[in-house]
Design a binder for this molecule. Sequence first.
Ligand code: EPU
Length: 437
Amino acid sequence: MGNVTDASSALEGRAPASYIEVQHSAPLAGEVVVPGAKNSVLKLMAASLMADGIFEISNVPDIVDVGIMADLLRAIGLRIDIDRAHSVVTIENRGELTPVAPYELVERIRASINVLGPLLTRCGRVTLSMPGGDDFGSRPIDMHIAGLKAMGATFKFGSGYLEAFADQLHGADITFEFPSVGATENLLTAAVLANGTTTIANAAREPEIIDLCEFLQAMGAEIEGVGTPILTVTGVQQHDLHGCEHETVPDRIQAATYIAACAVTGGSIDVLNARPDHMKIVLARFTDMGMKFEPLPYGLRVRAPERLRATDVATLPYPGIATDYKPLIITMLAVAEGVSIVTENLFPGRFRYVEELQRLGADIRTAGHHAVVRGVPRLSGAPVESHDIRAGAAMVVAGLAAEGTTMITGVHHIDRGYDNLVGRLSAIGANISRVDV
Ligand code: EPU
């Protein structure tokens, strides 16, 4: 296989206890390039379990979770090279698979649940450690299980593991009560090799789901309704599937992170590779806040006002405003003129970072799944801790708008989903550095 630049210790998730130091920054200016999406590439990698052959996935972000997913897939039997210099992951699947996903790897990333559908449909059985929750609450998989049962799978649970069995899955008509991203992905992949036709109604339709559909199609799968709430999958035979090449969709959450950083510093930047068509509603809310956007051939020109304005925001499944944007949005509103109400509709417990923003002087009250944000003219630097990926990025953005020094610990969370956040921000003028100890 090609040139191997394998996972370093950082990519393998064993980075030392690092911290990020941010000082109040002048308006950001320049260009930043958005890498590929974590929440797509991890699923593409898992889907490569389904076919023998070579898969070449490009535009892969250099993030810790890619290394963890690679380790998990290696444990199952794939050969994986990570070429960080070219942002390419090459996967060789020779069909020698052991459909067991051990605790040590599964507990490290939520996306490990994405091996369930591919392994079950291909191998007829899976043993998978039950995926844990995140810092923002428990994350059940009842919809994944109910959908796979409707396709003929049986399950056993015990000692923290689930075992799934299905000699041959069959097509089914499935209607989700809620368009779960993970459940859509697992049923979609499982349906590719099932006997007959599966329809998934009220399916999630995030850009990352479309990316997965296109990857599966390139592999030989038959899927209709891509990008709509009704996906129809006609099962194919194992020998119809093959390896493929695919470019990962750009990361809309990383794109929004650079927009937020620009916003709180009153800057003007070009966010290259951003896909405004994937961010319509969040960009509309940012526009309400006073931001100005202009599409570029390959990205988005962003101009921030001197001071942002308050606006109300509610998270919803795509095309609504993703819950992953919310820590960034709350940070922007924390320094905006006026009072905003932010409502979380996906993960009710996802407000923990608010305490950290309060330490920086933000005036935010939470009640149930609402937050009332009273904008203040300026935050003041303090030590804060990042408890999850998106919260960590929000702390960094907050630090840019805070007087003095903000020290952010829990950097390993940020490393899970951000490709060189510090380097990218620093290149557009942020006063930021990282210390690895
Ligand atoms: N849910 C259930 N039962 C299920 C599945 C989901 O009750 O069987 C509930 C969840 O508890 C949650 C809601 O449905 O309240 C949304 O869950 P969903 O399945 O849509 O999310 P996910 O697949 O677990 C992915 C992303 C998250 C992102 C959410 C929502 C990955 C690896 N994770 O999670 O991203 O917040 O979709 O868009 O793709 C992150 O990247 O930091 C992150 C947390």
